[in-house]
Design a protein around this ligand. Structure first.
Ligand code: ADP
Length: 636
């Protein structure tokens, strides 16, 4: 069959170009990437074989063949392989969204810098490990045969923007990647050299669960023979004690698992003995992946049984709100032929999940207590996802609350609920919070005034999930939680409330005509207008009653495409404020002005809540009229 010429998708070609012209000195990582791909392909073959009885026995292995004379090295695996379409889609294309934008930003970096290893970042971000082969080769030849297929396909490219495809043969399923190596530059290793390769494999791929076999020179009776030798120890890193593993080995293992170019934030080892024996090695990354909040995103825990890989993304071992945790869990006690369906039902898996969770919580607690800065980094990256557990995992909701950090009016730092409680003032009824869009808007909210006046700290909650969390969380331990944005919540004792109502009663007669006019002017928008002692220096604010949806929830629902009619809120006025006092006076006489003023009061209260006013044009006109009035008064 004839050779077909194809072009790399433009983003792919761009990335490839960056790889080829890379000034990155650590080029040896190409081998790590190709071995990692081979290992993934063997994992995938195992999964497919397990779910079908069509395929027979095979001996999984990765082979490295080197040819010093021809200056080639070939990485072969008998994994799942690729068919023609898969080669085009996986090798010729990069399907990640945002690639274009990212490339534009990274391009500058890549041409200038070596230190922060832009190449490593590209590899991690885009899953372009295969392209790293072009850092050391003039030409790459990939031949692959998909499991279940009889024909193979050969891909060939010099990385110049195009590649060729033609039919080929391969004795069994799998992939072979042959690199036509460039002459090594100064200080560069010769990648056909046995000892250089041994070093690289040991350094980056020792833990790979499949044997990595290489043709090695052996001396027998003074003559050299070439024999196959398994280079990696294949020792599951999670079965070793901490002292037996170097930091570099952990790092490489994490990189293999996560494709993350950064080091992990923390590592958590599990060694559980009891009704189910299992070991685990978990990592929390430093940064959240861009798709952390996309639906149906996979989790990060791989299941092994007796050190044999069973599956990626084992959802039964870890709840979804911990989807950012990467790692492996390996049990001695589960049968090797376990299926996803059985896993869900299995009592032992539930035990594993529970103790994995317990271990994660205790590690996080330790970090919170002893490594505050690191914990805040964790929280900034993953707090939003982690908090979902308060809603979805009621059994552990209190523990997650205990581990949660919040912004507050106290200072600019994060606080835990326990720390908040330790600062509560005598007589303070509970933990107060205010929901909104961002901390700086919330800090200016008139609703905080009477709380600040009493020295009560208020939590400022700005994540969309916070509202859902709070509607389900009424207390923390014995301490009740109160929404400061709710009309019923006040910073006052019973005694003080009585006093306040008495004080407010005095204004009622003056207030009645104003109330009537405001209700008329804002017809259908408000559920009530009332006087309140909530504010100290502001004239007005909007509060909700128990049954109304908050403004944030309304906005969230609309953002999700739902039609939500605006809820009616209560406009609270501060009778001590000079504007309100004057309005009360004016409302006996001048209707038109009161109407305008009432509308402006309402709109500005809405803005203070982070809301959007219905008619900004009218608001601006009214404001101009008011300014005009003020200036005229000044003149006289
Ligand atoms: P990544 O491995 O990070 O996804 P690569 O560019 O290295 O990115 O590979 C792209 C895809 O090509 C892989 O996800 C895999 O589907 C396929 N692939 C690469 N190497 C192999 C291989 N040896 N066997 C089977 N498929 C492979």
């Amino acid at each position: 069959m004839a050779q077909e010429k194809h072009f790399f998708q433009s983003e792919a070609a761009e990335l490839l170009k960056m790889m080829i012209h890379s000034v990155y000195s650590n080029k040896e990582i190409f081998l790590r990437e190709l071995i990692s791909n081979a290992s993934d392909a063997l994992d995938k073959r195992r999964i497919e074989v397990l779910s079908s009885d069509e395929y027979g026995e095979y001996e999984a292995r990765i082979r490295i063949e080197r040819d010093k004379e021809k200056r080639t090295i070939t990485i072969l695996d008998n994994g799942i392989g690729m068919n023609r379409e898969e080669i085009v889609n996986y090798i010729g294309t990069i399907a990640k969204s945002g690639t274009k934008e990212f490339l534009a930003a990274a391009k500058q970096d890549a041409s200038e810098k070596d230190s922060f290893s832009t190449q490593e970042m590209l590899i991690g971000q885009f899953g372009v490990g295969f392209y790293s082969a072009f850092m050391v080769s003039d030409k790459v030849e990939l031949v692959s045969r998909r499991l279940g297929a009889t024909e193979a396909w050969k891909f060939e490219s010099t990385g110049d923007g195009s590649y060729t495809l033609e039919e080929a043969t391969l004795p069994e399923c799998g992939t072979s990647v042959k690199l036509y190596l460039r002459e090594p530059g100064e200080e560069e290793k010769d990648y056909t050299d046995e000892w250089a390769l041994r070093d690289i494999i040991k350094k980056y791929s020792d833990f790979i669960a499949y044997p990595i076999v290489m043709n090695c020179a052996k001396w027998k009776d003074k003559t050299e023979t070439i024999e196959d030798e398994v280079i990696n120890s294949q020792k599951a890193i999670w079965c070793k004690t901490e002292g037996e593993v170097t930091e570099d080995e952990y790092r490489e293992f994490y990189r293999h698992l996560s494709h993350d170019w950064q080091e992990p934030l923390t590592r958590i080892a599990i060694n559980a003995e009891g009704s189910v024996n299992f070991r685990g090695l978990l990592f929390i990354p430093q940064q959240a992946p861009f798709d952390l909040f996309m639906t149906d995103r996979g989790g990060g825990i791989s299941l092994y049984i007796k050190r044999v890989f069973i599956m990626n993304d084992c959802k039964d071992l870890i709840p979804e709100y911990l989807r950012f945790v990467k790692g492996v869990v390996d049990s001695e006690d589960l049968p090797l032929n376990i299926s996803r369906e059985i896993l869900q039902e299995d009592q032992r898996v539930r035990v594993m999940r529970r103790s994995t969770l317990r271990k994660l919580f205790s590690s996080l607690r330790k970090m919170l207590e002893n490594e505050r800065e690191k914990y805040e980094k964790f929280w900034a990256a993953f707090g939003r996802a982690f908090k979902e557990g308060i809603v979805h995992d009621r059994e552990n909701a209190q523990t997650i609350l205990e581990l949660s950090l919040f912004r507050s009016t106290g200072d600019d730092e994060w606080t835990t609920l326990d720390a908040y409680k330790s600062r509560m003032k005598p007589g303070q009824e509970g933990i107060y919070y205010l929901l909104g869009r961002d901390v700086s808007t919330l800090k200016d909210s008139p609703k905080l005034e009477s709380f600040s006046d009493k020295g009560y700290e208020v939590l400022l909650l700005t994540d969309p999930v916070d509202e859902v969390i709070m509607t389900q969380t009424h207390e923390y331990g014995e301490t009740k939680l109160f929404d400061v944005g709710s009309g019923a919540v006040q910073a006052a004792t019973e005694e003080e409330r009585k006093e306040t109502s008495k004080k407010l009663e005095k204004f009622e007669a003056d207030f009645a005509p104003l109330k009537e006019k405001i209700m008329k002017s804002l017809d259908g928008v408000l559920s009530d207008v009332r006087l309140s002692a909530r504010m100290k220096s502001s004239p007005a604010c909007l509060v909700s009653d128990e049954s109304t949806m908050t403004l944030q929830m309304e906005q969230l629902m609309r953002a999700m495409g739902q039609t939500v009619p605006p809820s009616k809120r209560i406009l609270e006025l501060n009778p001590e404020h000079v504007v309100i006092q004057r309005l009360m006076g004016l409302s006996r006489t001048d209707d038109a002005k009161v109407e305008d003023f009432a509308a402006v009061l309402y709109d500005q209260a809405l803005i203070l809540d982070g809301g959007v006013i219905a008619d900004p044009g009218r608001f601006a006109r009214r404001l101009a009229d008011i300014m005009n009035l003020a200036l005229e008064t000044d003149k006289t």
